[in-house]
Design a protein around this ligand. Structure first.
Ligand code: GRG
Length: 307
């Protein structure tokens, strides 16, 4: 299983390395350098790996699904670059390197994020090969809606308001998150939306339209996305910054209401276990289409991750 993950990650990395090759000698090569700096800095490649697995349930090869898998990683990387900017979380390290704005300056980091987001759509819409256009459209739409204001950006907006020490320019009281449901709502959007698009998008690209599969993929991704975010909150408290490749202790510094702050470490850890079991349960329906053993292993490993 570990070997399969390494194989998938190296296939994704190889595909990502080629995407911007033709920009390297253009006069605007700095933006290509900035995009590649963040995109090729490592990262677990989880969203593309999930996408490839779910597309595989409908019989698509890794090669056929790869442009969409890469597009998801590009959107994810853009969100990290923009999230690290001084106007957002103001972070200095990401994926074990100085953040994009520390390397290239704020303007270029902003443009690199914009370039990755737009480039993701160029890649999906320009993808050639044997996949029918209607399936490409359905998958691209799924990914677009997940990345937008009904999804990831919406979650980021709620999350910004969740940083209690940041005064609002209009002088209004900052919105405070106090209840678990609100935090879950933020994380369903901020983190869960791209996980949902990775799973459902893979099925859609492969032409799978049966509700029992799409709904199971959504419930699976929801449980996985929230448990992944809780683990992220836990690692921000007890993780090692070198292993994580980013600074820790940020949530507390920013006064963020996280699962750990709300529930304490032990309850947060037991919630990761509960949601992991829920995600694993949802996989059984996919045995009718293929072998979900790799996904089961992946989900279990993620619940114990240290990076
Ligand atoms: C649109 C600016 C903007 C932000 C959207 C996704 C996001 C909101 C911000 C990024 C920072 C963050 C803490 C997101 C939560 C999801 C998460 C835990 C991201 C880290 O994902 P990993 O662990 O990262 O998969 P790697 O580096 O392994 O790809």
């Amino acid at each position: 299983m570990r070997k399969k993950l390494a194989l998938r990650q190296s296939q994704v990395n190889a595909a990502l390395e080629n995407i911007f090759a033709k920009g390297r000698d253009l006069p605007q090569k700095e933006v290509f350098a900035a995009m590649e700096y963040s995109l090729l800095a490592g990262g677990k490649r989880l969203r593309p790996v999930l996408f490839l697995e779910f597309a595989g349930f409908g019989g698509l090869s890794a090669e056929e699904a790869m442009p969409f898998a890469c597009a998801l990683e590009m959107i994810h990387t853009y969100s990290l670059i923009h999230d690290d900017l001084p106007c957002m979380d103001d972070d200095d390290f990401r994926r074990g390197r100085p953040t994009s704005h520390k390397m290239f300056g704020e303007a270029m980091a902003l443009l690199a994020g914009d370039g990755l987001l737009t480039g993701a759509f160029e890649l999906m819409l320009g993808a050639e090969g044997g996949v029918p256009a209607e399936n490409r459209l359905a998958a691209a739409y799924e990914i677009a809606s997940a990345a937008g204001c009904f999804g990831m950006i919406g979650g980021q907006v709620l999350d910004l308001a969740n940083q209690t020490e940041k005064a609002r320019p209009d002088g209004a009281e900052p919105f405070r998150v106090a209840a678990k449901q609100d935090l879950t709502q933020i994380n369903r959007l901020k983190t869960g939306a791209l996980f949902r698009a990775s799973c459902r998008g893979g099925l859609l690209l492969a032409g799978i339209r049966k509700e029992k599969y799409l709904a199971a993929a959504e419930r699976f991704a929801d449980a996985l996305g929230i448990s992944f975010q809780i683990q992220d909150d836990i690692l921000d408290v007890i993780g090692d910054s070198e292993t994580l490749g980013k600074q820790t202790g940020n949530d507390e510094k920013q006064g963020k209401a996280t699962y750990v702050a709300l529930w304490g470490l032990e309850k947060a850890q037991s919630e990761v276990r509960r949601l992991t079991a829920q995600a694993l349960d949802e996989l059984s329906v996919f045995a009718g289409l293929g072998d979900p053993a790799f996904l089961s292993w992946l989900v279990s490993s993620l619940s114990e991750r240290t990076f």
